[in-house]
Design a binder for this molecule. Structure first.
Ligand code: NAD
Length: 516
């Protein structure tokens, strides 16, 4: 075992201890207010920096999922005994549980997910922001009074589903966890959340810290394990009233099928193949910097990654030249270093997938502008890790796999377009529809093009800005339903219409006699 792995094992052990999660085997579940170990098969976590084994924990399995759901039912009943304002106050109060633990939480995420520490610190701050935002909504979810044409008072109010099942991926575990937890509980639900088996711990820490500081026991439950075992026990559980899934389109189909089987609704937040469009009237310095931020942030393991760079023909050479110079300057290195801008990919399977896609693209005729292999300057001990250099490919045609399929790694294809209509049709030519961007100094063009992109989020002269206040979600195979904003909140309630007869004699209004 190399010394970096040894160090990381030690750091992980200390962090789990600090968060009360170390036991005979790691306590990898948070169920009805207690940390519990799983008792299913062992799951091995691998160090993204070295590719060596880091830690084993046990799959939760169906029995623990059932206990989590039972705990959630009790937690939800307690939660709904509180007034809406009190629920909002408790959500804010719960944040005190994270106070002073932010740095450890960021380190834990960085260690297991392989993400640069500076990104993890920013994501901890986002967790706070999400709870603060939705805490404010607890007592502002007003109903409606409908002026029905009868003598009834008809009003509509919103009812929580009860217990919601959430499933999240490995690329931004604590961000995605808070992104879904906060609106779900603000709307009055309890949650059983299954993080990716590859990044099990930060979601538990968030749940445990928040519950201990003010939320009812059982309101948030975290179960860890594989999709086909723990995941399908959750999606198939008869008391789960709604499923919210963030992950790949392939698994999304399975979740939607599981929901359809029991006739429960699903929200799917899936992958993307987002187009980042640079027009010849763009500010080139900004656009080239934006193109790098769009794809190389999180080593491209971002659902909104700008993985297709569409460039107006006249700028193609200039953009490729600039990227060829800029990309080797990106700081690729150890996630624990504060200077690191890009770390490794999170896991070996993803590393193989990304490497295979680059190889096949080149075999299909693409040319490498920069990158394509291991980055320069890595410490020897990290050379067996899951690093891929920032990679730019050109001579890619729209029908090639690399232009159509999600890479989910630091790989961007540069493709030329002739005019506005050509750019729009290229941008809309994949089955995905998550995000996109337009770089232009012509404000009318910015708006015009943005509105013709069939995607859930468009940036103009920017990339990747995201806020809990604004709705997020996909078109096409990027999924359906929305997270965040008021739309995200609405996903967690059902409207209930109540009719109260105000006529003196309801029997007359209904047209039947009383039988007396
Ligand atoms: P994945 O689909 O392999 O796994 C996601 C989650 O689903 C994991 O927790 C996994 O254990 C679980 N799962 C898998 N099979 C299951 C089953 N049969 N039943 C229940 N659960 C099951 O995805 P991933 O590789 O972890 O994440 C990468 C993908 O996530 C990419 O496609 C990325 O674009 C997408 N993503 C989307 C968003 C978004 O908001 N749209 C955000 C982040 C990531």
């Amino acid at each position: 075992m190399n010394t970096l792995t040894q160090q990381h094992k030690q750091d992980l052990h200390q962090l789990l201890q600090a968060f009360g999660l170390s036991g005979h085997t790691p306590l990898s579940n948070w169920i009805a207010g207690s940390a519990r170990a799983g008792d299913g098969a062992a799951i091995t976590l691998t160090d993204p920096v070295t590719g060596e084994a880091l830690l084993d924990y046990n799959d939760a399995g169906a029995a623990l999922v059932s206990q989590a759901v039972a705990g959630a039912q009790k937690g939800q009943a307690e939660w709904m005994k509180l007034s809406a304002s009190e629920r909002g106050r408790r959500m804010l109060q719960a944040l005190s549980g994270l106070q002073g633990r932010e740095e450890d939480l960021a380190k834990l995420e960085s260690l297991v997910a392989g993400k640069p520490i500076r990104d993890c610190r920013a994501e901890v701050a986002k967790v706070r922001e999400m709870f603060e935002y939705y805490a404010g909504w607890c007592d502002k979810q007003h109903g409606l009074v409908i002026p029905v044409p009868t003598s009834h008072l008809n009003y509509v109010h919103r009812v929580p589903y009860g217990v919601v099942g959430q499933i999240t991926p490995w690329n931004a575990p604590m961000f995605t966890c808070a992104w879904q937890l906060a609106p779900a509980i603000a709307a009055g639900n309890a949650v059983v959340l299954k993080p990716s088996e590859l990044t099990p711990f930060t979601s538990i820490v968030i749940a445990a810290c928040l519950e201990k500081a003010g939320l009812p026991e059982g309101l948030i439950n975290i179960v860890n394990g594989l999709g086909p075992t723990t995941g399908s026990a959750l999606t198939g559980h008869q008391e789960i009233a709604k499923l919210v899934f963030v992950g790949s389109p392939g698994s999304g189909r399975l979740i939607a099928q599981a929901g359809a089987q029991r006739l429960v609704p699903t929200v799917l937040e899936l992958g993307g193949k987002s187009a980042n469009i640079i027009f010849e009237d763009a500010c080139l310095d900004e656009a080239v910097a934006g193109a790098q931020a769009a794809i190389f942030g999180a080593a491209g393991q971002s659902c909104v990654a700008g993985s297709r760079l569409l460039v107006q023909e006249s700028l193609l050479e200039a953009v490729c030249e600039r990227l060829a110079k800029a990309c080797p300057r990106i700081q690729v290195g150890l996630p624990s270093s504060p200077e690191t801008q890009m770390g490794p990919l999170q896991n070996g399977r993803q590393h193989q997938h990304v490497s295979r896609m680059i190889r096949d693209a080149v075999n299909d005729g693409a040319t490498i502008v920069t990158g394509g292999g291991l980055p320069q300057g890595l410490p020897t001990e990290a050379q067996s890790g899951y690093f891929v250099a920032p990679t730019v490919l050109r001579n890619v045609t729209p029908s090639m796999e690399i232009a159509q399929e999600e890479v989910f790694g630091p790989v961007v294809v540069v493709m030329p377009f002739t005019d506005e209509q050509h750019a729009i049709s290229l941008a809309n030519s994949t089955r995905f529809g998550l995000a996109g961007a337009v770089w232009t100094q012509n404000v009318a063009r910015g708006h015009r093009v943005a509105r013709q992109l069939r995607v859930g989020t468009v940036w103009v002269n920017s990339y990747k800005s995201i806020s809990v206040m604004s709705p997020f979600g996909g078109f096409g195979e990027s999924g359906y339903g929305r997270s965040s904003g008021t739309e995200g909140l609405q996903e967690y309630t059902l409207p209930q219409s109540i009719w109260v007869e105000t006529a003196e004699k309801a029997s007359i209004a209904m047209g039947y006699g009383s039988g007396d």
